[in-house]
Design a protein around this ligand. Structure first.
Ligand SMILES: C[S@@+](CC[C@H](N)C(=O)[O-])C[C@H]1O[C@@H](n2cnc3c(N)ncnc32)[C@H](O)[C@@H]1O
Length: 269
């Protein structure tokens, strides 16, 4: 089952990479599903977008702007989990120059190819795109200053593992600064049918975490200074496929949202 979900995610993003530059899609939505709208499309500044080739901007599928959140400085090493077409890696690479480096990690070959093309067009040299999964990060322990990610952890079949891998590769005192989709409340209170429709709509096939669940996993992994800041709550009316007043009411009680999730690895363990 887990392999099947991962394969579905891969196929979906291979298709998204092939269609990059066509229909503008934000966040997880792509292919035959509608995207979450009004998320990342509005969250990059004009200056940031102006720094990149239009192809890199058009390939963006995130739900926030983790680069703005991460407060990067020259000389730092950054890792973007699920880097897609590379928008956040290319922006980060500019922020950490001179002396720093930005890695992108993605499991979908078509996305890696697209990201490398975008890197070439952008003329960015201090970036590298790695092939692999966010559940098994192909970097040594204590290697990076900042882990960023944009609308990807919700796609993972093993979120605990992703967060513990992020912790492992961070240097002591390193920052975790990601955008993701969360549920505000207990998913158990959502009827299965409603949950299914929301997850179809968002494209988050492996299921988004509850806000409290995120905080718990980060804390259990050893992170400190944890915060989950909601940036946009989706109205039930905007979720495609929800029709009955009961379904709408259920989602009003436990809405889905995009959020900035921040934490720090202790300086001394
Ligand atoms: C919603 S897109 C976001 C892409 C990019 N972060 C952005 O903001 O445009 C999800 C990306 O994560 C990748 N991905 C999903 N699950 C993954 C996993 N378990 N390991 C590595 N990459 C993954 C997909 O291939 C895809 O490129």
């Amino acid at each position: 089952m887990t392999d099947e979900i991962r394969e579905r995610v891969k196929q979906k993003y291979a298709e998204a990479a092939r269609n990059a530059g066509g229909d503008k899609r934000c966040c997880c939505g792509s292919g035959d599903q509608e995207p979450i709208t009004d998320l990342s499309c509005g969250s990059y500044s004009t200056e940031e977008l102006g720094e990149l080739p239009t192809e890199a901007v058009a390939a963006s599928l995130g739900c926030g702007n983790p680069v703005a959140l991460a407060d990067l400085s020259p000389g730092e090493v950054v890792l973007d989990l699920g880097s897609g077409g590379g928008i956040d890696v290319l922006l980060s690479a500019r922020r950490v120059s001179p002396g720093g480096k930005a890695y992108g990690l993605d499991m979908t070959d078509e996305m890696l190819e697209l990201a490398r093309k975008n890197q070439q067009k952008a003329g960015v040299e201090n970036a590298e795109f790695l092939r692999g999964t966010i559940e098994n990060i192909p970097l040594p322990d204590s290697h990076v200053d900042v882990v960023i990610s944009n609308c990807v952890v919700n796609l993972s079949i093993d979120k605990e593992r992703v967060i513990s891998e992020a912790y492992r590769v961070l240097k002591p005192g390193g920052r975790f600064a990601i955008s993701d989709v969360v549920f505000l409340g207990s998913k158990q209170e959502l009827p299965d049918e409603v949950l299914h429709k929301v997850e179809l709509w968002t494209g988050c096939v492996a299921g988004a975490l509850e806000k409290a669940g995120y905080e718990r996993i980060l804390e259990e992994t050893g992170f400190e200074d944890i915060s989950v800041e909601v940036t946009n709550t989706y109205t039930p009316e905007s979720v495609e496929g929800l029709s009955s007043p009961e379904e709408i009411e259920a989602l009003r009680k436990v809405p889905a949202a995009s959020a900035f999730i921040r934490a720090r690895k202790p300086a001394r363990e």
